[in-house]
Design a binder for this molecule. Sequence first.
Ligand code: PLP
Length: 391
Amino acid sequence: MRKKISIDLAERVKDLPPYLFAAIDRMKQEALKKGIDLIDLSIGDPDIPTPRHIVQRMKKAVDDPAHHRYPSYEGMLSFRQSVADWYKRRFNVKLDPKTEVLSLIGSKEGIGHIPLAFINPGDVVLVPSPGYPVYPVATLFAGGKSHIMPLIEKNKYLPDLKAIPHSVLKRARLMFINYPNNPTSAVAGRAYYKEVIEFAAKHNILVCHDAAYSEIYYDGKKPMSFLQAPGAKDVGIEFHSLSKTYNMTGWRIGFAAGNAGAIAGLGKIKTNLDSGIFQAVQEAGIEAINTKDSVLSKIRDTYQERRDILYKGLKDLGFELNKPMATFYLWAKVPKGFTSEEFVSHLLNNAGVLGTPGNGFGAPGEGYIRFALTVPAKRMKEAVARIKKAL
Ligand SMILES: *Cc1c(COP(=O)(O)O)cnc(C)c1O
């Protein structure tokens, strides 16, 4: 008789922080089983379909046998060229599509892989918290150590670079920042990017700016690119996603742009691990990047209407919160007497409205709840009315 082997997880997997969202998912399933008419404001996934012209281009591209073969890991030059053209149009930043742009299987893939290219065991990665959970996990997978940079209201949710101890800076090799920010919806400007660039140059730290929400903005106030700040290309790269801008979360396409050495390092990891993006998806990506602004402003208007309903609704109910100027999230303080998780559970059970507890994005998010603007305006009004009753 052969013996079964024991399936033991590697330390790096055992060391993963508990997945808080699994608990929320359980609560959600229970609520659904009870027949609650749930308004789910917990997911950062657009409810609006991908624009038709993008879908049409994909349909045509699928028929072309040229796209049925292995793509190149760095992406089709035509896709990278359209990225470079977009950067010039949108940000007035010049990029060499051959050396300064890399296609990604969604920006999560690039964010997840970049520490493998630049982090040795024991190196420190500076990680904003609350923040996108992939930053600390990618760090862990590369054998690095996360140093948490708390995002707090007093500092406008920008990491306080002066608060990072010298002993940490000596071992720090990479930092993640993310503006417009998920989950706080904060936006960063030129002055802050300048500070980051000086800091990175002084301490020899690679800046990885996650710009997934650069095109989801309100009141016509366009967020800037990190690469617009003088010297940015000397110290860093920027990650972009087609997911949020063009309602393409399921398609898996994004890109990194900026410092050629950093792009080459990430590319080296990718050549060894994946074989690039299905070329038909890249064709659709080119179509997406060239989307007419009138289409995009309609999408923005849709979110803006929802933002106005939820922001005003919560404000009138006495919630403490800032008006989001970008992203499709609203970051609000939970009422006194509740923890984040208690309040999420209270709203779920008494209003049938689901938000995300702030501490799910890291300990400094305790005391907050995140609402996503990913349901139609009518449901948003209903959510506000129900929250009012549940308070
Ligand atoms: C959604 C999101 C991403 C990932 O997007 P992809 O679908 O992988 O391109 C990256 N960063 C943040 C902050 C996000 O919210």
